[in-house]
Design a protein. Structure first.
Lengths: 356, 284
């Protein structure tokens, strides 16, 4: 009996402890991933030098310079900002994807699929084309416009889903797809109607990190860090929300408040990254599922690990995007779609087998 | 009305309830759209009673349970549970007063039973709190009492209906609230699991101070395990009293429109309801 007791307790304790080990392994993996990605490119830099160049700017560490000056410039002006931006964007899309999946109890929810990203992109397009100044009194208008567009899109999709008599989740996805197409159509119409140079907005819509700068990452952090913290704080509640809504409510979850806060936070994160990187699909879908397959579906593991996996996924996707047709580049959205769409189909098939 | 942003992170509210009162419904009405489901129900349930809520399909049993559980708000009247107006307090305070075991909820299939039962501790944890050793101990005991300790590592999609029903009882026990409500706890179970389930519910009632209300179809089972029966018909309390008082052929004919015979149980003497097959040719 005592043996069994201690065994039981051990198992429980394992599942509720903060996932330190997984997290540190994940962070280590992400660092390696970033360094490798930074080494590869039209100018090859050997990984050891990349590590040394990265360390050379760390205040306390003293590294004697054994590399050409140009490498330092390439890494610190071009590749590091790009890799870091991709990492942050991937992490944010994955965390908001995991949040939407948890909130709507639908494994196929993704900021791109439920219309959030398209709404954000419409908001940004309006700013691009109507000549509204990009910043007003020091505050950048672009993320605010994206956020407004995204919030309107998700509110409409959610409003339709709540009112439907059939399964809410299917309706949510379908409404999201419809609103996504609608926003894209309006954005295209706006572009055709206006004669100014379309290259800016077009290259932005394609999505990518070609123009990545350190300032972009710095700008995103005030939007994303609170988002990560709030989502992680709510991860235990998200576990409870996997039950029926009424069941979760009877267990003491304030359903409406949780939904409002998390939809707002996830939308804000999506909108913020969309305003810099454009439309990048499937990252928010793939990363949480990879985490579920490898580790666990407990949201306390899922949220941080999805951030790491999603960040690395986008870093690698961006690496492929800028090297596969070197010296040209393909939009990173094409790479993520090429990996993500088959994965989405695989999930659809697996889901069908689960329900029968 | 609490809407302060600080409640997102801080919820120091403790369970405040009056252990001397039970459940009191005064002049309750409830409607889905234009359909009046509950029409003027007045009901008092003492804090040591184990009560069966019976009645034909669509009589309003589930709605009544949800009103008592605070999951629905009455369109008219007041529902007090342990001295609290249950529909008006925060979900977390409510969950520390009433636990509800629902009928056929949709559950995530890949969650382990032990993790599922742990969700019962939700009402006792603030937003940023994780389960403590004490919570783990409570869950362990709930699993032990409901005889589900052996299957605690199994996923919900891979256990039987009886095991799932016991798991939901374990979750309600882990919730550790004085009032427990059950909606059809035996409807999907075979004969032996039915009595096992009812025994567990009766035991949990004994070990706790607070009322137990069971919405149940099986009149014979209800009569055997409860001290009081409430027969609901068309949204009203049709009969209320001991099983012997409520289960009369006349009452059942009126409420269900079915002919029955009632005989005492050979063991214990509680009423047993037998259908009378009028249209059937009698052979002997």
């Amino acid at each position: 009996m005592t043996d069994q007791t201690s065994h039981t307790r051990l198992n429980h304790e394992k599942s509720r402890k903060f996932p330190w080990l997984r997290l540190s392994v994940g962070i280590l993996g992400a660092i390696v991933c970033c360094l490798v990605a930074a080494s590869v490119g039209s100018v090859g830099i050997n990984p050891t030098s990349t590590v040394l160049i990265a360390l050379s700017r760390v205040p306390i560490i003293d590294v004697s310079q054994t590399w050409p000056e140009s490498w330092d410039t390439i890494l610190w002006k071009l590749r590091f900002p790009r890799v870091i931006l991709a990492l942050i964007v991937g992490a944010s899309l994955s965390v908001s994807g995991a949040t939407f999946q948890g909130l709507f109890r639908n494994p196929l929810a993704d900021p791109y699929l439920i219309g959030v990203a398209s709404g954000a992109s419409l908001g940004a397009t309006v700013v691009f084309l109507t000549g509204i100044p990009f910043s007003y009194g020091g505050i950048s208008i672009l993320p605010i416009a994206s956020f407004t567009g995204a919030l309107i899109a998700v509110s409409i999709a959610y409003g339709i889903a709540v009112r439907s008599t059939s399964t809410r989740l299917t309706t949510l996805i379908l409404a999201g797809v419809a609103i996504g197409s609608f926003s894209t159509a309006i954005a295209s119409l706006l572009m055709l109607k206006s004669d100014p140079d379309l290259r800016v907005v077009l290259s932005w819509i394609m999505g990518g990190f070609i123009k990545a700068q350190w300032s972009h990452s710095l700008f995103l952090i005030p939007y994303l860090l609170p988002g990560f913290i709030i989502t992680f704080a709510y991860s235990r509640i998200l576990n409870t929300m996997q039950l029926d809504e009424e069941y979760a409510s009877s267990l003491g979850v304030n359903i409406e408040r949780t939904k409002k806060i998390l939809i707002l936070v996830a939308t804000m994160m999506t909108a913020a990254v969309v305003s810099f990187s454009g439309l990048i699909g499937f990252v928010g879908l793939v990363a949480p599922h990879v985490v579920r397959l490898i580790w666990h579906s407990d949201f306390r593991t899922l949220i941080p690990m999805a951030a790491i996996v999603g960040g690395c996924f986008l870093v690698i996707a961006d690496l492929i995007a800028r090297t596969v047709l070197s010296p040209g580049e393909i939009p990173v959205g094409i790479v993520t779609a090429l990996c993500g769409a088959p994965f989405f189909i695989y999930l659809l098939i697996r889901n069908r087998q689960d329900t029968t | 009305m609490r809407c302060s942003i600080f409640y997102i992170f801080v919820d120091k509210e403790s369970a405040r309830y009056d252990m001397t009162t039970g459940i009191a419904l005064t002049n309750i009405r409830f409607s889905y759209g234009k359909n009046d489901v509950i029409k003027n129900v007045d009901l008092e349930i003492g804090n040591t009673e184990i009560v069966s809520l019976v009645g034909p399909n669509g009589a309003g049993k589930t709605t009544l349970l949800k009103l008592i559980g605070g999951l629905l708000k009455p369109s008219h009247g007041e529902v007090y549970v342990m001295g609290q107006q249950i529909g008006e307090i925060s979900p977390r305070s409510r969950a520390r007063i009433v636990s509800t075991v629902p009928q056929n909820p949709r559950l995530p299939q890949n969650v382990k039973l032990s993790e599922f039962v742990m969700l019962g501790r939700n009402a006792h944890l603030s937003l940023t709190q994780w389960e403590s050793d004490e919570d783990i101990q409570v869950v362990y005991e709930a699993l032990d009492v409901t005889d589900t300790l052996k299957i605690k590592e199994r996923q919900l999609g891979k256990i039987s209906g009886g095991e799932l029903q016991r798991g939901m009882l374990a979750l309600a026990l882990a919730q550790n609230s004085p009032v427990m409500l059950f909606d059809e706890p035996t409807s999907n179970l075979d004969l032996s699991h039915q009595s096992k389930m009812m025994n567990l519910i009766a035991n949990s009632h004994e070990s706790r101070l607070g009322p137990t209300v069971i919405g149940i179809h099986d009149l014979t089972l209800a009569a055997r395990y409860s001290s009081r029966m409430i027969l609901v018909s068309e949204g009203k309390v049709f009969a209320d009293g001991t099983p012997e008082e409520v289960l009369t052929p006349a009452n059942i004919k009126e409420a269900y429109g079915a002919e029955v015979a009632i005989i005492p149980h050979p063991e214990g003497g509680s009423p047993v309801v037998l259908p009378v097959f009028n249209s059937y040719p009698k052979t002997k």
